[in-house]
Design a protein around this ligand. Structure first.
Ligand SMILES: Cc1ncc(COP(=O)(O)O)c(C=O)c1O
Length: 349
């Protein structure tokens, strides 16, 4: 049985959160002399002299409606990378606990594990990039606190079947983190609806991809009220600045723009895949539920260099498990994609 109390680190349970000026007084005062801010204003135009809302209520109210969850189920972080780090800090005891990663996958899980001094147990994805369930269950031990499932997975692009995620949720007593950074480009729905049934599910999403707001650094974590309370307790008090909060709030009012952008990216993904298909030195194009395509080529380093010399940067993923000689290509604009195909057609191996 999943028991949040049992898997939370003792020091975190005992920790008293920093109480900010904005935590202590939430009313509508006339004069704010509580936070040592600069009452004269900012040295440039704009109102940047006040600390931002620590719990980003404005953004969360709009987001809760779109995602059909309650605001108490939402954590906003300085990118989803912050949520990843906080999950390690809350639940993994350095030098004692471990986490399971399923490579090839997003690199920050490994980095966060290393920084927090947490052992990583790797269970490589199968050659079709599906999860090797038997092996996952074989390696889980009493010190395994988190399993990271990236769906759609970076860099392979495939969405993980909900059935497989359910099996892990039901048979693992730690937290299952499903990173859905690319979910808006996927065919099948998010696993967010499972949150009300599974107390051990944390779903990560981000404003950096489909919403096109990577510069603002805002990521989302959705989970039970109890998990969100723990993460909120240990986050830096003002982790999302006011500019980011304001702009994300504006973006959430522009849902039709978001839908248009997603559908254009999907259209371009289809175009890119069909053009890449015609290129002789590309051996395999992996189906993608994300805004990138993984391709296996004859000589990844040479093609990478050739593209770079022509001003086009892609990602060489050849060193990752099951990604021999693979490049990951982000879907660009119509013009960029056409240019990429034109240059690739000039390559002589
Ligand atoms: C799977 C995955 N999760 C999270 C992130 C980072 O998201 P954020 O910009 O919200 O930190 C990325 C970025 O590439 C990613 O590929």
């Amino acid at each position: 049985m999943f028991n949040l109390e049992k898997i939370t680190r003792e020091n975190i349970k005992k920790a008293k959160p920093y109480s900010s000026a904005r935590d202590e007084y939430k009313g509508e005062a006339r004069i704010f002399l509580d936070a040592n801010e600069n009452a004269l204003g900012s040295v440039i135009e704009g109102n940047f002299n006040r600390y931002p809302d620590p719990y980003q209520e404005n953004v969360k109210l709009k987001l809760a409606k779109i995602k059909k969850v309650s605001i108490e189920n939402i954590f906003l972080g300085n990118g989803s990378d912050e949520a990843i780090d906080l999950l390690f800090r809350a639940f993994c005891e350095p030098n004692i606990d471990n986490v399971i990663l399923l490579p090839p996958t997003y690199g920050m899980y490994q980095v966060a594990a290393q920084i927090n001094d947490i052992q990583v147990i790797e269970v490589p994805l199968l050659s079709n990039f599906e999860i090797d369930l038997d092996n996952v269950f074989n390696v889980i031990n009493s010190f395994t606190k988190l399993i990271f499932i990236c769906s759609p997975n970076n860099p392979s692009g495939n969405q993980i079947e909900e059935d497989i995620i359910l099996k892990i949720l039901e048979n693992f007593n730690g937290i299952v983190v499903v990173d859905e950074a690319y979910i808006d480009f996927a065919e099948k729905p998010s696993v967010l609806s499972l949150m009300s049934k599974y107390a051990n599910l944390v779903v990560l999403q981000t404003f950096s991809k489909a919403w096109g707001m990577a510069a603002l650094r805002v990521g989302m974590a959705f989970a039970s009220v109890d998990i969100i309370q723990i993460i909120n307790k240990i986050k830096p008090p003002y982790n999302i600045n006011s500019v980011s909060q304001d702009k994300i709030s504006l973006a959430l009012d522009k849902f039709p723009n978001f839908e248009k952008s997603v559908s254009e990216t999907k259209k371009q993904r289809l175009f890119l895949a069909s053009e890449l298909e015609k290129i002789e030195f590309i051996d395999k194009i992996y189906p993608s539920d994300a805004n990138f395509i993984l391709v296996s080529v004859k000589n990844a380093s040479k093609i990478y260099d050739f593209l770079a010399n022509n001003g086009i940067i892609v990602r060489n993923r050849s060193k990752m498990p099951n990604c021999d000689s693979c490049l990951r290509i982000t879907v660009g604009t119509e013009l960029e994609n056409a240019e990429l195909i034109k240059i690739l057609n000039q390559y002589v191996g």
